[in-house]
Each structure stands twice: as structure tokens, then as C-alpha cells.
Design a protein around this ligand. Structure first.
Ligand code: UTP
Length: 289
């Protein structure tokens, strides 16, 4: 029986060194993409995929993330008094639903694998999703919803992948496939940041996963890997010895908002995708060229 995916882990505790100084005092995932923080899009994507509970893995000084999803009574009553109901509705749509979010502290940024391991007690013994919030995906249906649909067909573990731009595969986690036909293929391996020329494919792991809870035991004993960090990829490779993994080449585009140029691209792309403001955004961008 394929058990449903109800919970998701959103690790946001990284130091965000690639977006300094912007990410120094503002958590990287609260940086702006057009008119809302990156996290707003990712939470909407998780909800659209049927996720009922989100576990944020937090670092020091990231309290603003909790505040973003909490009430702001002064702001809301002012908008109400001024009759700004459209804005009020938008602000309220961002609020956490009762009991929807947990916030777990990662005491030190020891790596993504360590961050996901911090969610163990809150997730418990059921399959769960991981969304890397700095990877923003423009997709319809959403990237995680596509993963959940694929998981419904094959069960086990599913990771979203996407072709890396030419010459850039060595920057990412790359999958090895057991033959390729269509978009959903069985995986035979994975490697984090392979040296140029050794990549087993050009498909990179783009930041959406569905994992079985047995990963937690492996994460507890996982030593540090690439970059001296405890890597989720290394624990997934070990889990692959006993469980199936599939790679889904999802339909859509990833914007790496953990990178300055990626964040700029996301800002322009998401502005141009907004039906209400696309025309003004296009005029503003064109005027600069
Ligand atoms: P990244 O490597 O992209 O994030 O980790 P980073 O470490 O913040 O970035 P740079 O390289 O210094 O700019 C992928 C995701 O894993 C989270 C990050 O917040 C990001 O969402 N992460 C990473 C943690 O939560 N804890 C960690 O110890 C490491």
C-alpha cells in the first residue's frame, strides 16, 4: 500500500553565503521575488500538493520567518479600518492555518542531511516531502504536486530532476538512471557535485523530494561528505540499497534563488507571469535594456 504524503520539511537554516550581504540580517528565504518572499511561493506549492503540516528547520536569527506566517493585528486592523480589503485578503492568505507549521532549531548549519534529520520526531514514521525553499519552481501543476502524482504510481522515494544548463552539472547533485524513457525513471545512483567530466547524467536534483522515514536512521549515522557537510544525497544513496528511487523530470522551470543572478531572473520571470501586472513589468524591464 502506498502511504499518503501529509508532511513536508522546509530547511531554511543555511547561511546563504551566496546572497550576502542581502541575506545577513534577513533570512535568505524571506528575500523578495516580486511582491512576496520566496517562502510564500514555496508554502503555496506545498499546500497545492496536499501537504497538511510543514516543518521548518530554522537557524539563529530567523524569527522573522515565524512572524511572516503569524498575525500582525496592528497591520490587519489598519487595513480593515481603511477599507483596503484586497490587501487584507492577500495578507491573511499567507497566515499559517491552525497547527499547520512547526519550527525546529538546527543548532549549527552542519549540512542539508543534518537539517532534514532534525525533523525526525515531528515527521514520525511516515513518508514525507522535502522542499528546498531557495529553489523556486514555475510549474503548473506545481512541482511538488507532480512529484506526489508520480509517487502515487511508483511509491518508494521520488526526486524531482531537471536538465542542468550546459557545463553546470558539477555544481549540483546529479542522478544516474537505469535507462531513460519518458519523464519518470528508476534511479541507480546519485552523486553530489561530481567533478566536471564525471557526471553520470545531466539531470540535477532540483530541490523537491518524497522520502520514506527509514532515511532518518541513516541520517543519524551519516558522516560528512562534499564540502565537509552532512549530505542528504549520501544518505539517499545508502537508502537506495534497500528501497526504490525514481527521478521525475518535472514539467516546469527552476530558479535558484540562493544565487544572486538566479534571484534576479526569478524576480523578472515571476513579475512577467503575474496577469495583473505583467504589462507594467514588461514595460519597466524593456525600458532598461
Ligand atoms: P544551500 O547549500 O543551497 O544553502 O542548501 P546555504 O548553505 O544557505 O547556501 P550558501 O551556499 O551558503 O549560499 C540547500 C538548502 O538547505 C538548507 C539551506 O537553507 C537551503 O534551503 N540548509 C543547508 C540547512 O537548513 N541547514 C544546513 O546546515 C545547510
Amino acid at each position: 500500500m502506498i502511504r499518503p504524503v501529509r508532511k513536508a520539511v522546509l530547511p531554511v537554516a543555511g547561511l546563504g553565503t551566496r546572497v550576502l550581504p542581502a541575506g545577513k540580517a534577513t533570512p535568505k528565504n524571506l528575500l523578495n521575488v516580486f511582491d512576496r518572499p520566496i517562502l510564500s511561493y514555496v508554502v503555496a506549492e506545498a499546500r497545492a500538493a496536499g501537504i497538511e503540516h510543514m516543518v521548518f528547520i530554522m537557524g539563529r536569527g530567523q524569527e522573522a520567518i515565524e512572524a511572516y506566517f503569524d498575525n500582525n493585528p496592528e497591520l490587519e486592523s489598519t487595513l480593515e479600518a481603511k477599507g483596503k480589503t484586497d490587501l487584507l485578503d492577500e495578507v491573511r492568505a499567507e497566515l499559517a492555518r491552525p497547527g499547520e507549521m512547526s519550527f525546529v532549531r538546527q543548532m549549527a548549519p552542519l549540512g542539508l542531511g543534518h537539517a532534514v534529520g532534525c525533523a525526525r520526531d515531528v515527521i514520525g514514521d511516515e513518508p514525507f516531502a522535502v522542499l528546498l525553499p531557495d529553489m523556486l519552481m514555475a510549474a503548473q501543476p506545481g512541482a511538488l504536486a507532480q512529484c506526489v502524482a508520480a509517487y502515487g504510481q511508483v511509491g518508494g522515494n521520488v526526486v524531482a530532476v531537471e536538465p542542468a544548463p550546459p557545463g553546470e552539472a558539477h555544481k549540483y547533485g546529479i542522478v544516474a538512471l537505469d535507462g531513460q524513457s519518458g519523464r519518470l525513471n528508476r534511479m541507480t545512483g546519485m552523486v553530489e557535485k561530481p567533478p566536471p567530466g564525471t557526471e553520470p547524467s545531466n539531470l540535477f536534483i532540483s530541490g523537491r523530494y518524497i522520502l520514506q522515514p527509514e532515511i532518518f536512521e541513516l541520517l543519524e549515522s551519516q558522516g560528512s561528505g562534499a564540502g565537509g557537510e552532512i549530505q542528504l544525497t549520501d544518505a539517499m544513496v545508502r537508502l537506495m540499497a534497500t528501497q526504490s528511487f525514481h527521478a521525475l523530470e518535472y514539467e516546469g522551470t527552476t530558479y535558484d534563488c540562493g544565487d544572486k543572478i538566479g534571484l534576479l531572473r526569478a524576480n523578472v520571470a515571476f513579475a512577467l507571469m503575474r496577469p495583473d501586472l505583467a504589462e507594467a513589468a514588461r514595460a519597466a524591464v524593456t525600458a532598461l535594456l
